[in-house]
Design a protein around this ligand. Structure first.
Ligand code: ADP
Length: 351
């Protein structure tokens, strides 16, 4: 748990509790650690379980007394007996909010989500238009460049070829950046509740992502090794997004490796959680850059020197996808020695 994380316990997982829980799950820096409701079929219990939150469905509140990290207890129902029981059970340092306060919290959360959603939709719409306008001329430039490089306009001197090849690769980079910028904007419009969630084998997604980058890696003498695993690897997610997130981490590991390097992708299962880690022994990230590394448009200076064409968008995309799924995404790195990016997610029960 980070220092700035607010740990919350939610009591009541009916319709009102569900609304509050949905809102809280969208707020960065908030961890809903417990959900209590005597009805195991309450809608909020299902959502909580899907998000790896501890649920108690026997009408008891024992965890509240023992967990001093819970700073806020939100009681969404109006039953005075429940309120009294929670009051008696809660840790003395925690703050208790009853039904009226919880309703108010729900309204605020809904209002914030609405304003954010409208702004994001507007941004994505604008970006779609702008990128359409830029994409066509860029693609045309590439076509002309291919004509020149193909020798259809006559023989080209070696030095001119170098320049034209650079134009080609800068166009490639610009088109790739445009596609990522759009993807990020589109991701920010996704309603987490509308994600197409299904049980997915993480191992298969890793293999597919490795397949996508193997050729680019091999061209620089880099080996991508997917480490063997025999743990259960089912995760509930949007498969396309999980693949995109894994791909971004893998692409970076290759790009920021030195020629001839090794990238390892590992999958592990522990205490109901799956971890996906992507390790390289490349240029690493200076410690001072780590706090901003997942920010949109941010690039560490050694990376700019190593690889000019980066866009500073891949990790923002990975973080957005992780956020939509409530996965944890973290990095450890040492400048000059390499990095390991780790995504942690709840394991789905085998069907
Ligand atoms: P890009 O790689 O296009 O610059 P990203 O958003 O994917 O954009 O990454 C942001 C920055 O994070 C990079 O510019 C680089 O500074 C750093 N970074 C990401 N992955 C790695 C890695 N595996 N090794 C070293 N630096 C990395």
């Amino acid at each position: 748990m980070g220092q700035d994380t607010d740990v919350i316990a939610l009591v009541g997982a009916g319709d009102q509790g569900l609304e509050v829980l949905r809102g809280l799950l969208r707020v960065p820096g908030v961890e809903v650690r417990y959900v209590f409701d005597p009805d195991p079929a309450a809608p909020g219990i299902t959502l909580a379980r899907e998000n790896g939150i501890r649920c108690r469905v026997d009408g008891r509140f024992d965890e509240l007394a023992g967990d001093a990290e819970v700073g806020l207890v939100l009681v969404t129902g109006g039953d005075p007996d429940v309120l009294a029981a929670v009051e008696a059970a809660r840790h003395p340092d925690s703050c208790l909010i009853g039904a009226a306060g919880a309703r108010f919290v729900a309204r605020l959360l809904a209002e914030i989500a609405d304003v954010d959603a409208r702004a994001n939709v507007e941004k994505a719409r604008y970006l779609r238009q702008a990128s359409h306008q830029v994409k066509s001329p860029l693609s045309s430039i590439q076509t002309y460049v291919n004509v020149i490089l193909g020798g259809y306009t006559g023989e080209i001197p070696e030095r001119t070829r170098d320049v034209v090849e650079k134009i080609h690769s800068r166009c490639d980079a610009a088109l790739a950046a445009l596609a990522k910028r759009r993807m990020l904007a589109d991701l920010r419009c996704v309603d987490p509740d509308a994600l197409e969630m299904s049980p997915v084998h993480l191992g298969e997604v890793i293999d597919e992502a490795v397949g996508r980058y193997a050729e680019a890696a091999a061209a620089r003498g880099i080996e991508i090794r997917a480490l063997p695993h025999d743990a259960p690897d089912l995760v509930r997610c949007d498969r396309t997004q999980l693949l995109a997130m894994t791909g971004e981490l893998l692409e970076n590991a290759v790009v920021y490796s030195r020629d001839g390097g090794l990238v390892e992708v590992a999958l592990a299962s522990r205490h109901g959680r799956l971890t996906l880690s992507v390790r390289d022994r490349g240029i690493g990230i200076p410690e001072r850059c780590l706090p901003r590394i997942f920010d949109e448009d941010y690039r560490a200076d050694p990376a700019v020197k190593h690889h000019q064409d980066g866009a500073g968008l891949g990790l923002a995309i990975a973080r957005e996808i992780a956020g939509l799924h409530r996965f944890d995404l973290s990095v450890e790195s040492e400048e000059g020695r390499g990095s390991v990016f780790t995504a942690t997610m709840p394991a789905a029960p085998a069907s």
